[in-house]
Design a protein around this ligand. Structure first.
Ligand code: SF4
Length: 86
């Protein structure tokens, strides 16, 4: 498991921004970026990364440079959403 990142093939459809439970995806001048400190691979909310699921051109991939365990991602989700229970 690891956080996700947006690839060059992104067409800027904006779908992923709406899906992210952590508001981890932002757009500036047409370039979409995933904040790795906010991306939990949707752990805590969904079984799989929703941005990858909704991307029509498969422009989002897991970032091999940011490996994280399930527990680390869940802990990150709890930090972001204090309402998530232990
Ligand atoms: Fe957001 Fe989930 Fe995509 Fe991470 S995998 S950027 S948490 S939608």
């Amino acid at each position: 498991l690891m956080s996700c990142r947006v690839l060059e093939s992104c067409i800027g459809c904006d779908m992923c921004v709406l899906e992210c439970p952590n508001d981890a995806i932002t757009e500036k001048d047409g370039v979409y970026t995933i904040n790795e400190d906010l991306c939990t691979e949707c752990v805590g909310f969904y079984k799989s990364p929703q941005c990858m699921r909704v991307c029509a051109v498969k422009a989002i991939a897991r970032n091999p440079e940011r490996p994280e365990t399930h527990d680390e991602l869940l802990e990150k989700a709890r930090r972001i959403h204090s309402v998530l229970q232990k």
